[in-house]
Design a protein around this ligand. Structure first.
Ligand SMILES: Cc1cc2nc3c(=O)[nH]c(=O)nc-3n(C[C@H](O)[C@H](O)[C@H](O)COP(=O)(O)O)c2cc1C
Length: 332
């Protein structure tokens, strides 16, 4: 198998409430190479909240990127220093999230209308740390929707020292669409991202939005330096194992992943963490296979759950898969 990942990157997108430390542990078991992102964490939460809990992670999660939501230079710089001290490999500034809450705080996608503010954040944050400060953004927002607008936005932050840009390849409409609609309705504009890479060959340009198969990942990697996948990696995490072929390596089996996961689950239970809130991240493990629905049913909507129940549900699902395989062989 051929390793096509030289100087290329595959990442799992930052997703609030989804890419928690538990999900990231699980995701890492599928693939040791992918870059994992935290959920967006606001500077206020880090500086005034339960920092230890918010920024906790297990060492196996490296390479790991902390995504920050904020626009205040002082606060963002302080959080950047904290992130480096805590061992994160990279800091990412959120310039793509369109929710009302972030708009109210003037962070996220609305920062696209302020290229100078973002460039200034990059400059000050990067001056504080050795790890890279990167930007995740949209193609545009509202009436700022031309390719040229994005190009100038990127040029300003690149000039300030940002080397990597992750582009969610659609614009966001800040009025009238929910965040979910803003991930679905504005059309994808992959060609604009390819063009960006052509105009800035020295920058690392990573493409994001609507990518959900290995074939698509391969195609994008011919044009740009990286691919970021979000929903596909959450709903069907096994895609990360299939992606091992990009590094010229074999997929990691679900059995192997579960063997590694069980001790983690036992440890979390011993720490007093509620298992149902971890199990919700495991629902996609058998996506597309016989028994996927039974597996989801066994794990979801429970007030209480034990590791033994999860093991029993997995064993039962493997039996269903095995039976289906035998029936298929008998047919052919
Ligand atoms: C539940 C959910 C939460 C998200 N939270 C964030 C976030 O915290 N920061 C961010 O930059 N993007 C966030 N996004 C957007 C994703 O990072 C990604 O850009 C988007 O889902 C498009 O990629 P996909 O089509 O591969 O899912 C979120 C998306 C989802 C589905």
């Amino acid at each position: 198998m051929l390793d096509i990942m030289h100087n290329k990157r595959l990442s799992v997108a930052p997703m609030i409430d989804w890419t928690t430390t538990d999900y990231r542990y699980f995701a890492r078991l599928f693939n040791p190479h992918v870059y994992l992102y935290t959920e967006m964490i606001s500077t206020g939460a880090i500086l005034h909240g339960n920092t230890d809990r918010l920024l906790r992670y297990d060492d196996i999660q490296h390479p790991l990127v902390l995504q920050l939501g904020g626009a205040d230079i002082g606060e963002m710089s302080r959080c950047t220093v904290i992130a480096q001290q805590r061992g994160f490999d990279e800091i990412n500034i959120n310039v793509g999230c369109p929710s009302d809450k972030v708009q109210h705080n003037k962070i996220g996608a609305c920062l696209m209308a302020e290229p100078d503010t973002v460039a200034s954040l990059v400059r000050h944050m990067q001056a504080e740390v050795d790890i890279p400060v990167t930007v995740k953004h949209r193609i545009g927002i509202d009436e700022y929707d031309s390719y040229e607008f994005m190009r100038d936005f990127v040029a300003a932050s690149a000039e300030a020292g940002c080397q990597r840009f992750i582009v969610h390849a659609r614009i966001a409409w800040l009025q009238g669409l929910s965040p979910k609609q803003n991930r679905e309705i504005p059309p994808l504009r992959y060609d604009d991202v390819y063009r960006l890479k052509q105009e800035f060959p020295e920058l690392d340009i990573e493409i994001n939005g609507g990518i959900d198969s290995i074939e698509q990942i391969k195609q994008h990697l011919q044009q740009v330096d990286g691919v970021m996948i979000g929903r596909a990696a959450y709903h069907n995490p096994y895609i990360l194992s299939e992606a091992m072929q990009l590094w010229g390596e074999p997929s990691i089996s679900r059995e192997h992943i579960l063997d590694k996961l069980y001790p983690y689950l036992e440890q979390q239970v011993a720490n007093g963490e509620p298992l149902p809130s971890i199990a919700r991240h495991l629902l996609g493990l058998f996506q597309g296979l016989p028994g996927a629905r039974k597996w989801r049913q066994a794990l979801s909507g429970k007030q209480q759950l034990s590791v033994d129940e999860i093991k029993a549900a997995a064993d039962y699902t493997f039996q269903l898969i095995h039976k289906a395989e035998q029936a298929e062989q008998a047919d052919s």
